[in-house]
Design a protein around this ligand. Structure first.
Ligand code: SF4
Length: 362
């Protein structure tokens, strides 16, 4: 049985002495905290800081976000991945403008009505901005709680996950009656902070942990054995042929459909192929309707998305004379124009390489 009162007080004491000074911790503005929480999902703090500062400089409030174009928000988000999160932020801002003239909801129910806002984000904004006793459970919190209680089950199992939320609620409610300032906000942030900095996945630093005496996994001598490891899905290779088509000083690019992965972002025309040996001439024919063109192999760009190990086989082709009407639904832009558009990470690397190649050719 978890000693919630003792753990809540230990966490609050530890947080008072050890909280990192992060830019979004210097404000109680729910909008600023909401943006930081969405950015921090699946992303390290150090990566998020410059993104958050750029975003807040350009879109400092709900109104400016609601009025921003999709390309502006995608460009500000470029490189963070999971672009649906950025588009949902804008949709939610528009909803807040319509329903309450830009006043951010201050209760869990109101937040859960916003597009893209789930239980975690709503709980984080409620507790951090408004000091409400709402729990949050993310990967860091799961790790800490699994170890404190030496949970044998898989946290992805609904029953175990419910247990996590139950403990997180008990802890934040215990904090709320301590009479300490910003207790709910600090309790939730302490749990996440402890998971991020002390109770880390592989080598938890139990000897400097405030919860060591309360931790069953530590007492059992096996803290890194929790939470129970999930079986990792099989890695799957995927190959794409990418065509960098040039006509005079223009390059052909296209915008990804809104409902696709990386929707709204730009990319060079490409087709997924079964084999890395696929004939790029046939790809040019399919994309541009042009025959008897032999594209030059140029580079490979490798990246991973979830279990997929993706290789982009990039070829260059220069069209002389009449510019082909693109079946790939592409647009022709200068390299300079490409720099101001939002690309998916792999295609951004191709843009960067084109820039480097141009500079070394000058
Ligand atoms: S004692 Fe170790 S395993 Fe337990 S919560 Fe602290 S850091 Fe994590």
């Amino acid at each position: 049985m978890m000693n919630v009162d003792a753990i809540a007080n230990l966490l609050l004491d530890w947080y008072a002495a050890n909280a990192r000074d992060l830019p979004w911790r210097r404000t109680r503005d729910p909008y600023a905290i909401w943006v930081s929480e969405v950015m921090l999902q699946q992303t390290q703090v150090a990566t998020v800081i410059p993104y958050w500062e750029r975003w807040m400089g350009r879109l400092p409030d709900v109104k400016s976000l609601a009025e921003a174009s999709e390309q502006v928000i995608l460009k500000l988000w470029e490189g963070l991945g999971y672009y649906r999160r950025a588009r949902n932020l804008r949709l939610a801002a528009r909803q807040i403008m319509q329903r309450s003239g830009g006043v951010f909801p201050s209760d869990l129910g109101g937040m859960l009505e916003l597009p893209g806002v789930g239980r975690y984000t709503a709980g984080a904004v409620c507790s951090v901005a408004f000091d409400e006793p709402e729990p949050i459970v993310d990967g860091n919190v799961v790790r800490v709680l699994s170890r404190i209680e030496a949970v044998a089950g898989d946290p992805a199992e609904p029953s175990v996950n419910r247990q996590m939320w139950g403990w997180a609620r008990q802890l934040v409610e215990a904090a709320s009656v301590t009479g300490r300032a910003k207790a709910c906000s600090h309790l939730n942030q302490a749990l996440m902070e402890l998971g991020a900095t002390v109770c880390t996945p592989r080598e938890p630093e139990c000897t400097r942990c405030p919860l060591a005496l309360e931790c069953r996994a530590y007492r059992a001598g096996n803290p890194a054995g929790y939470p129970k490891a999930r079986s990792t899905p099989r890695v799957t290779p995927r190959h794409f042929v990418v065509i960098v088509a040039e006509h005079e000083d223009l390059l052909c690019i296209r915008r990804r459909p809104d409902n696709a992965v990386n929707g709204g972002l730009w990319e060079f025309p490409n087709i997924e192929v079964n084999s890395p040996e696929a004939d790029p001439s046939a790809i040019v024919r399919r994309l541009f309707g042009v025959r008897r063109v032999k594209p030059e192999p140029w580079c490979r760009v490798r990246h991973s998305i979830t279990r997929y190990r993706i290789t982009q086989h990039v070829h260059r082709v220069a069209f002389l004379g009449v510019r082909p009407a693109t079946r790939a639904a592409g647009e022709w832009r200068t390299l300079e124009e490409l720099r101001s558009l939002a690309f998916s990470a792999a295609h951004r690397r191709i843009v960067d390489r084109l820039g480097e190649a141009n500079e070394s050719a000058d």
